[in-house]
Design a protein around this ligand. Structure first.
Ligand code: ADP
Ligand code: MG
Length: 506
C-alpha cells in the first residue's frame, strides 16, 4: 500500500471545498430549475398579455379600417418592455403586414409562426433579422378578423438574464464561503498542525543518545497572538497532550538518570567481583618477591658487616619491590573507576593488559593462549579502563567455561585463541575458548543482568551485561557463537579511526 503525506491544512481545505461545492451546486441547480421554470411561465403569460392587447387594439382599428394607430401600439409595447424583440399585425391574406422589424424582413419570418387550429401558438425561432437571436414567438388571433393574427417576439435571452440575476448573488455567496472556508482551514491547521508537528518533532528526540546528553527540549503550545498580553489561556485537548508529553519526558529523564546510576553501580559491583577473583593471582605473584625480600633482610641482619654482599642483597630487594609494585599497580589501575574520556588506542594493548591480570588463573587452569594480534592494527576510539574490563570479563568467562569442561572431560583442550583483524572500516576481535559451550536458550540470555549459571559467590551474572553496554557505548557490536561441548567464540566489532596505527605495548 502506498502512503501519501497530506498536511492537515490540505485535508481541511479539501473537505471544506468539497462540502461548499456540493451544497452550492445542488442549490444552484435547484434554484436554476425552479426559478427558470417560474420566470419562463411568467414571461409567456406576459407575452400573451401583450399580444392580446395588441390584438384587441388591432381588431378595433382594423374594423374601422384605420391602420394608423397600429404602428404606435406596436412601438409602445416595445418601449414598455425592452425584452420585446418585435410585434407584427398580420391582417390576412394579401393584406400588408404591419411590423417593427427591419425592412429586410423575409416572408419566411412572417410565416414562421401562425395560429394553431385558430388559437394561440408559442414557438421558439431564430430571427436572422435581429442578429440571429433566439426568439420566443407567440401568435394570437385578432378577435373578429378571420385570418388576422398578431405575433409578438421576445428575446429568449431575457429569461436567462433574469435567472442569472437571481443566481448571481448565490454564486457570490458560494465564493465567499469558499474563501472563508479556506481561511478557516488555514486557521485550524495553524492552531492544530503547529502543535501536532511540534509533538511529532519531540518524539524524534526520544533516543538513548539524547536522554544521555539530557537533550530533550520541552514542547511549548502555540500562542495565537504572540506578544499580545494574555489575561487568560484557552487550553484544548492538544495542550493537555503537550503537557502530558512534557511530564512523560520529565519522568523518562529521571528514569534514565536512575538507570545510569544503577548501571554505574552494576559496573562497579561487577568490577569488585572480578577484582576478588584477580587478587588471588596478585597475592600469588607477589608471594615470591616478598619471600625473596624477607630472605635478603634475614641475610643482611645475620651478616651486617659484609657490605659487599649486602649491597647485592639491597639491589635484589629493590628489584623485588619494583616487581611487587608493578603487580599491585596493575590491579590498582584496573580497579580505578573509569573516567569517561575517550582516546585513540590500540585494542591489542588492552588485551595484553587483561591477559596479565588473568595470567595466574590461566596458569592454574593450565590454559594455553594463542594470540594472533598484528602489531600494526589501526586505532579505535575508546576508554582504556572500560575496554580492559571487557577483555578481563571475557577471559574469565572463557577460563570458567574451560574449567567446567575439564570437570566433564579431563582430556579436553584447554585453549583460548585471541585474534585481532581488520575489515573495511572496522576492527574485529575474536575470542575463542574450548570451554563447555552454550545451548541456544542459554545464549539468548547471557547479556541479561544477573543471568548466571555459576554458583553463588562465583558468578554475579553482570559480566556480559556490562561488556555488552561498554561495547555498545563504543558504537561497537558483540555477538556470540557457541557449540555445547565444543567451545564459544565472542566476536567484537569496533569502528577504526583513520589510518593511524598505535603499536601495542607489552
Ligand atoms: N565463554 C563462555 N562459555 C560458556 N558459557 C559462557 C561463556 N561466557 C558466558 N557464559 C555464560 O553466560 C553466563 C553469564 O555470564 P556473565 O554475565 O559473565 O556472568 P557470570 O560470569 O558472573 O556468570 C555465565 O554464567 C555462563 O553461563
Ligand atoms: Mg563473567
Amino acid at each position: 500500500m502506498r502512503r501519501i503525506y497530506l498536511p492537515l491544512f490540505w485535508k481541511f481545505a479539501i473537505s471544506i471545498i468539497i462540502i461548499v461545492a456540493v451544497f452550492g451546486s445542488v442549490n444552484l441547480y435547484l434554484i436554476k430549475v425552479y426559478a427558470g421554470r417560474g420566470i419562463k411561465e411568467e414571461t409567456v403569460k406576459r407575452l400573451q398579455f401583450y399580444a392580446e392587447i395588441v390584438a384587441t387594439e388591432a381588431s378595433l382599428s382594423l374594423s374601422l379600417s384605420d391602420y394608423r394607430h397600429i404602428p404606435d401600439i406596436i412601438n409602445s409595447i416595445k418601449q414598455i418592455d425592452s425584452s420585446v424583440a418585435y410585434a407584427m399585425v398580420i391582417p390576412g391574406k394579401n393584406q400588408p403586414v404591419i411590423h417593427n422589424l427591419p425592412d429586410s424582413v423575409t416572408t419566411e419570418m412572417i410565416k414562421a409562426n401562425g395560429l394553431k387550429n385558430g388559437s394561440k401558438q408559442l414557438k421558439i425561432l431564430r430571427s436572422p433579422e435581429i442578429r440571429d437571436t433566439i426568439i420566443l414567438d407567440i401568435a394570437v388571433p385578432i378577435p373578429g378578423l378571420k385570418e388576422g393574427l398578431v405575433r409578438i417576439g421576445l428575446f429568449r435571452a431575457s429569461i436567462r438574464s433574469q435567472v442569472w440575476s437571481i443566481i448571481k448573488p448565490l454564486i457570490f455567496m458560494i465564493v465567499i464561503f469558499l474563501i472563508i472556508g479556506i481561511f478557516g482551514a488555514l486557521f485550524f491547521s495553524f492552531v492544530i498542525t503547529n502543535r501536532v508537528s511540534s509533538i511529532a518533532k519531540i518524539t524524534e528526540y526520544f533516543t538513548f543518545q539524547n536522554l544521555k546528553n539530557r537533550n530533550i527540549p520541552v514542547i511549548s503550545g502555540t500562542r495565537l497572538l504572540p506578544g499580545f498580553p494574555h489575561i487568560f489561556q484557552v487550553d484544548d485537548e492538544l495542550d493537555v497532550l503537550i503537557e502530558k508529553i512534557n511530564q512523560m519526558t520529565d519522568r523518562l529523564k529521571k528514569a534514565y538518570a536512575d538507570l545510569e546510576k544503577t548501571y554505574a553501580r552494576f559496573v562497579q559491583t561487577e568490577k569488585l567481583a572480578s577484582i576478588g577473583v584477580l587478587s588471588a593471582g596478585i597475592a600469588h605473584e607477589i608471594n615470591n618477591p616478598v619471600a625473596g625480600i624477607l630472605n635478603c633482610i634475614h641475610r643482611i641482619k645475620t651478616h651486617p658487616d659484609d657490605t659487599k654482599k649486602n649491597a647485592e642483597y639491597i639491589n635484589l630487594i629493590e628489584d623485588a619491590v619494583n616487581k611487587t609494585e608493578k603487580v599491585v599497580g596493575r590491579l590498582l589501575d584496573y580497579s580505578r573507576s573509569p573516567q569517561s574520556t575517550r582516546e585513540s588506542l590500540n585494542p591489542g594493548t588492552s588485551i595484553e593488559k587483561a591477559l596479565l591480570l588473568v595470567a595466574y588463573r590461566l596458569e592454574k587452569s593450565r590454559i594455553s593462549v594463542i594470540k594472533k594480534i598484528p602489531p600494526d592494527i589501526p586505532a579505535i576510539l575508546g576508554n582504556r579502563n572500560e575496554l580492559e574490563q571487557v577483555f578481563v570479563n571475557l577471559l574469565l568467562n572463557g577460563i570458567d567455561a574451560i574449567d567446567e569442561h575439564a570437570l566433564q572431560n579431563f582430556k579436553c583442550d584447554r585453549r583460548i585463541t585471541i585474534e585481532v583483524g581488520e575489515k573495511t572500516g572496522s576492527i574485529i576481535i575474536r575470542l575463542t575458548d574450548t570451554g563447555i559451550g552454550m545451548y541456544r536458550e542459554q545464549r539468548e540470555k547471557i547479556y541479561d543482568p544477573f543471568y548466571t549459571t555459576k554458583d553463588t559467590g562465583k558468578g554475579t551474572g553482570l559480566g556480559l551485561y556490562v561488556v555488552y553496554n561498554i561495547v555498545h557505548s563504543h558504537n561497537g557490536s558483540i555477538y556470540c557463537e557457541s557449540q555445547p561441548g565444543e567451545g564459544t567464540t565472542f566476536v567484537l566489532n569496533f569502528d577504526k579511526i583513520g589510518k593511524d596505527t598505535i603499536h601495542h605495548v607489552r
